[in-house]
Design a protein around this ligand. Structure first.
Ligand code: MAN
Length: 534
């Protein structure tokens, strides 16, 4: 840094024309322009007589010999701007008719520019003061937020450790409940297996009885038709029975005989049982009035019997007969019940099991004996206790995962951004309301209504220089025919937390501005603070 007194001394000793030679030179470079010596270009390529400096002819390749004229295309003119901030402009702007320096020094030929540096300087000083106050108060708030953030981190760590203990305990309980469940389920399986075998045997017996009953019925019919008792049924014996006269014309014709006998001329008992009986059984039932064929008209009875599922039952009894005959009508009924069955499956597993196991048999007697029922009840209880223990482990694990995620998040140098996690801030422009939930996501909702669109999920800090100056939220909802949405959030110092601006500079790429005390730090280099050179 060169002292002002030195500069004044220097300037006293250079002649007026030489002062002009120094036009456009920054104070910091004055010593390089020594009028008592030849001038050496800054890049060291040439040395020229000092009188050739600022002679409106470009001698040096780097433009250093013409700081105060526009002769060199790559030269720089220094605006001293006393009272405001000094800066350099490309020397091509010197004497181009436009006032670039606030002191007007770049337009020295026309001398048309007035000096308004003091006004600008004053404005800049006021702005700098305001900024300094903002930074000061912001820093105080940031320190408080940082203290809060660190405390939150500590609390989370403590909670995590407590959960680790809880997890061990919950896992031990789960293991214990699982062992109990396995044990009692073994006993339950044995009970259910025993009952399955009993039921199977019962069913087999019932089937056998049914078969016998049906055979008896068949035998009675066989004996009835076999009028000559030769243990065979002949055509004439069929013709003798009006039962087989299906069209009710008074005779049992060939077709009606063929319907029963098929291609045979007589039926032995075995053949009768195998085919003939099945064919003639509906005719017998019809005769007895047990079996009613479906009517083609719209019988009232059928309407009456229409149940909720839409199935039509012509008669209570004959469903089973229909199976043997035409075999339709039943399907609808089964479908209807199927739906109910599905609903039942949707109820909680344990509950469904409870209901199933405790069901009474149709005869009103309990399905299981007392001891078996006790085992089943106990197994149900053990299952539900195991499930609840399992749930507890899952709950603890979920909370631990969430805490771990939060503990791994980068909340700034001193956790100053941590208190923002869990909060949301909105900003509405002409078309959309944007919502920023720091460390979680950014979304957008049209003012005209409709669903929220996720613009991105928290990815991390991506600021250049100061990484905590920009947040990135990516992998948002895909754009139609375009990329997945993403949002950059520019973070700067402010005394409150607020989104102050939102835009979409490229389709489906969003930029939000967010102010927060968490981003307030003392400014080491205050760029816009003016400094006087003279
Ligand atoms: C929605 C909004 C807009 C976006 C278009 C892309 O209208 O998310 O921001 O540009 O979709 O189709």
């Amino acid at each position: 840094m060169i002292l002002l007194s030195q500069v004044l001394w220097f300037m006293t000793f250079v002649e007026c024309s030489e002062v002009l030679r120094l036009r456009g030179v920054a104070i910091s470079k004055l010593l390089l322009y020594d009028a008592s010596k030849d001038f050496t270009c800054f890049d060291g390529t040439f040395t020229i007589p000092f009188k050739n400096v600022n002679d409106d002819y470009c001698d040096c390749n780097d433009g250093s010999d013409e700081p105060g004229t526009s002769a060199c295309p790559n030269g720089w003119f220094h605006c001293t701007n006393a009272g405001h901030q000094a800066f350099n402009i490309p020397s091509s702007r010197v004497n181009d008719g436009i006032c670039d320096c606030c002191d007007g020094s770049d337009e020295y030929v026309s001398n048309n520019c007035s000096d308004f540096c003091s006004i600008l300087g004053e404005e800049a000083r006021v702005a700098a003061l305001k900024r300094a106050e903002l930074i000061k108060s912001g820093c105080e708030l940031r320190e408080q937020l940082s203290w809060k953030g660190k405390k939150m981190r500590e609390e989370k760590k403590e909670r995590f450790m407590a959960l680790e203990r809880d997890k061990n305990e919950a896992e031990a309980i789960k293991a214990e409940k699982e062992a109990i469940k396995k044990e009692i389920e073994k006993a339950e399986a044995a009970v259910l297996e025993a009952y399955r075998l009993i039921n199977e045997a019962k069913q087999a017996e019932e089937d056998e009885n049914q078969k016998k009953q049906e055979e008896q019925e068949a035998f009675e019919a066989f004996s009835l038709i076999d009028s000559n008792k030769d243990e065979k049924i002949q055509v004439n014996e069929l013709r003798a029975r009006q039962t087989f006269d299906q069209n009710k014309d008074g005779v049992v014709n060939d077709d009606e005989v063929k319907f029963i006998m098929g291609d045979l001329t007589e039926l032995t008992w075995e053949e009768f049982l195998k085919t003939g009986w099945n064919r003639m059984r509906p005719l017998f039932m019809l005769e007895k009035g047990i079996f009613q064929p479906p009517s083609t008209e719209q019988p009232e009875a059928a309407e009456k019997n229409e149940d909720e599922s839409g199935a039509i039952h012509g008669n209570d009894e004959p469903e089973e007969e229909w199976d043997e005959g035409e075999g339709d009508g039943d399907d609808t009924d089964e479908d209807g019940e199927g739906e109910e069955g599905e609903q039942a499956e949707e109820t909680a597993e344990g509950e469904a099991e409870d209901n199933k196991e405790n069901q009474d048999a149709e005869d009103g007697k309990p399905k299981y004996d007392e001891e078996s029922q006790r085992i089943i009840d106990e197994a149900n209880r053990a299952r539900s206790e195991f499930e609840s223990a399992e749930r507890s482990v899952r709950d603890v694990e979920r909370e631990m995962r969430q805490l771990e995620e939060a503990l791994n998040k980068d909340y700034g140098h001193e956790d100053e951004f941590a208190p923002l996690d869990g909060e949301c801030f909105e900003y509405t422009d002409r078309e959309y309301t944007y919502k920023l939930c720091p460390f979680d996501q950014v979304s957008q909702r049209a003012r005209s209504g409709g669903a929220e669109t996720r613009l991105g999920s928290w990815k991390g800090w991506v600021g250049r220089g100061n990484q905590y100056s920009t947040m990135l939220y990516d992998h948002g909802q895909s754009c139609w025919n375009g990329p997945q949405r993403s949002a950059h959030v520019e973070v700067s110092c402010g005394l409150e937390n607020a989104v102050t601006f939102a835009s979409e500079p490229n389709r489906c790429e969003y930029v939000l501005h967010f102010i927060t005390p968490s981003a307030c730090w003392p400014e080491v280099q205050q760029e816009s603070v003016p400094h006087d050179e003279l």
